[in-house]
Design a protein around this ligand. Structure first.
Ligand SMILES: NC(=O)c1ccc[n+]([C@@H]2O[C@H](COP(=O)([O-])OP(=O)(O)OC[C@H]3O[C@@H](n4cnc5c(N)ncnc54)[C@H](OP(=O)(O)O)[C@@H]3O)[C@@H](O)[C@H]2O)c1
Length: 352
């Protein structure tokens, strides 16, 4: 199952709206074939493993797969049928498919045909792998994940003269890995103007770029043609999101003339994030990593408007003007896991 997880991760961030899945076939305890789901429309991991085997599996063959095999016709035929047709008698599964049309049905169908099914092997890792898919398929709305880099005293900006990067190299690499995972990344207009970020993933391999949202309720980025998000190679993936009610005609025509996409939402300051998330659902954006500064982060945490939190904490002190833990912002109800990244710690988890 560890190898199957490694295989699944080879398609890191490339399978949306599908999950990442890896599969391994063993015979006599020895790996004889491997496969993973590469992207939407491509065969599922189990089928890739059967193709790699290129013959009928031996009588003692075991299929190990990170996610419950599908049992319905989607873009491809059901994997349960392929498993039965191949004559596999034992299947080892990591996570149950949270998709309500599957959700254990595939396992029941295999058992009904006399196949031995072992469930829950490395379940937590297999579930964590698909946190975006799991949320999307059960709610139909995007997973909103808030990423913050804070000092030990809970500030998001360092003191003047201390530089800009709160956390170290390992944490930065991890953020780039997340940018590769999420189909979209978002920043506030204020952070876009202050930091001029690119929001691309550049840690390993070729640079990649998902959708890039600028959360700009009052369209204050209009006319700022020098921003990387408006002028780089990926500018057609930038979407400025604002309120139609506060849009000046001149501002909107500036974006249009520059070829920059705008979502002009119907709502007010209060409902802005909710309306934006609804639009994301309509556009099939399955998850957004929000890289918020202190005011947006405090607002999101205070209103519990995000589902998942990634807080990178550095052993430093910060600027007193940038606290994130205001009164009314607390961590009650967040199921956090901790990992160490160089000098920094990452606390991550769902709002339970
Ligand atoms: N350490 C980190 O993780 C991190 C991450 C990003 C940025 N930063 C730093 O943060 C600094 C900028 O700080 P900041 O406080 O100006 O940035 P910010 O918190 O990213 O953005 C503030 C803006 O977000 C908007 N906002 C707040 N609540 C909102 C809500 N509920 N819905 C929609 N929009 C909302 C508001 O814009 P409107 O009122 O105009 O609508 C507000 O002016 C920069 O120096 C940057 O380096 C740090």
């Amino acid at each position: 199952m560890r190898r199957a997880l490694e295989l699944a991760r080879q398609a890191w961030g490339r399978t949306h709206p599908n999950p990442m899945v890896g599969a391994v076939i063993t015979e006599g305890g020895v790996v004889v074939a491997e496969g993973f789901h590469a992207q939407v429309g491509e065969p599922h991991a189990e089928v890739m493993a059967f193709r790699a085997l290129g013959r009928r599996p031996a009588a003692d063959a075991v299929l190990h797969v990170t996610l419950e095999p599908c049992c319905t016709h989607g873009r491809t035929p059901p994997c349960v049928d392929a498993i039965l047709a191949a004559g596999i008698r034992t299947v080892v599964v990591g996570a149950t498919d949270p998709n309500p049309t599957h959700a254990g049905k595939g396992l029941a169908m295999l058992r009904a045909k006399g196949v031995a099914v072992v469930e829950g092997v490395l379940r937590e890792e297999c579930e964590q792998l698909n946190l975006i898919f799991n949320h999307w398929i059960t709610t139909g709305s995007p997973l909103l994940a808030l990423k913050i880099a804070t000092t030990l005293d809970g500030k998001l900006v360092l003191s003047p003269g201390e530089g800009r990067a709160v956390t170290g190299a390992e944490a930065h690499a991890d953020v780039h890995r997340l940018r590769r995972l999420f189909p979209a990344v978002a920043v506030s207009a204020d952070t876009a103007l202050a930091d001029n970020p690119r929001l691309t993933a550049r840690n390993t391999g070729a640079e990649s770029c998902g959708l890039r949202f600028v959360l700009d309720r009052h369209f204050k980025t209009a006319g700022r043609s020098g921003l990387n998000l408006f002028q780089d190679h990926y500018r057609e993936r930038t979407i400025v999101v604002g309120l139609g009610s506060s849009a000046k005609k001149a501002d909107l025509s500036w974006y249009e003339a520059e070829g920059i996409k705008v979502w002009s939402l119907v709502g007010d300051e209060e409902s802005f994030l909710e309306v934006w998330a609804e639009r994301c659902s309509q556009e099939k954006v399955t998850g957004v990593l929000i890289e918020a500064g202190p005011r947006l982060a405090a607002s999101l945490l205070g209103a519990r408007s995000v589902h998942y939190l990634l807080a990178y904490v550095a052993p430093r002190t910060g600027d007193s003007a940038s606290p994130v833990w205001h009164e009314g912002v607390d961590l009650a109800g967040w199921a956090m896991r901790t990992s160490i990244m160089g000098q920094d710690a990452l606390f991550q988890g769902f709002l339970g």
